[in-house]
Design a protein around this ligand. Structure first.
Ligand code: ZN
Ligand code: ZN
Length: 260
């Protein structure tokens, strides 16, 4: 990478300022979107909502029916549709209405960190940074590396969850269930079959489109935050659903027999 005219080694940190400004602008815009947008709450209705899993649950705190994949956030004191998690960094919940913005924010910041890290590292190697880098240039290199690897791994995990059609909460329940299963506990969890298949998993492509939408431009631009579902009705795999319902039926019969 050439050194800009009039710059000494170690003063590389203003290289490629334009992409940094652009990505910072996008990240700020999308961060504002996450914070200002409500995560999506269920309607306060006394009517039971549609549930493909068979049984809507009642929230005693909010006094409303929770559609499938809805969870009550104790910090916010509210139910959130397709709740992903409560995020202290945005001081609120990430749910059906702001999840796309959240993922885009993670991608922008990871891109920014990777750009800063790789250009800093290239300059460090090219100009023997140990003797030419000042404290600020070294700090930028280290912070860029931290963002690239730690936030990068976090971003990748969210992209993976989208492809698997699971939220952070659902995945942590699933991982806990897998650990318990190994130790002999056969407790079952909503939306997963006994063999660990997810009712909402329709394959990578459909799962991705459900969250990110069919307009490819909007995958990269923060112009619309809503997902491709209303938070009550979700796409599902008919085959897995049948397996789930069959298991659910036999579970109920067993529960009734053991109660007698
Ligand atoms: Zn609630
Ligand atoms: Zn919350």
């Amino acid at each position: 990478m050439p050194l800009p005219k009039g710059k000494k080694p170690g003063q590389h940190r203003d290289w490629g300022l334009l992409p940094i400004v652009m990505v910072c602008g996008l990240a700020s815009f999308v961060y504002y979107g996450i914070v200002s947008q409500k995560p999506g709450h269920p309607n306060a209705t006394q009517m039971k909502p549609f549930s493909i899993l068979g049984e809507s649950k009642w929230c005693d705190v909010c006094q409303l029916w929770k559609p499938d994949r809805t969870h009550h956030c104790r910090v916010c004191g509210a139910c959130v549709l397709k709740m992903d998690h409560h995020c202290p960094w945005v001081n609120g919940c990430v749910g059906i209405s702001n999840y796309r913005f959240y993922v885009q924010f993670l991608c922008y910041v990871t891109l920014l960190g990777t750009w800063i890290f790789t250009t800093s590292l290239a300059a460090f190697i090219q100009f023997n940074g140990l003797s030419t880098f000042d404290g600020i240039a070294l700090s930028i290199l280290i912070i860029g590396g931290i963002i690239t690897f730690i936030l990068g791994a976090f971003t990748m995990s969210h992209l993976w969850l989208i492809l698997k059609n699971q939220t952070t909460i659902e995945n942590s329940q699933f991982q806990k269930w897998k650990r318990e299963k190994l130790s002999g506990n056969t407790r079952l969890i909503p939306m997963f079959t006994e063999s660990g298949k997810n009712v909402f998993d329709r394959g990578y492509r459909q799962n991705w489109l459900e969250v990110m939408g069919s307009n490819r431009l909007l995958w990269f631009l923060p112009l619309m935050s809503k997902q491709g579902t209303d938070g009550v009705h979700f796409g599902h795999s008919s085959q897995t659903l049948k397996e789930y319902q069959d298991e659910d039926g036999s579970r109920r019969i067993k529960a009734q027999m053991s109660a007698k």
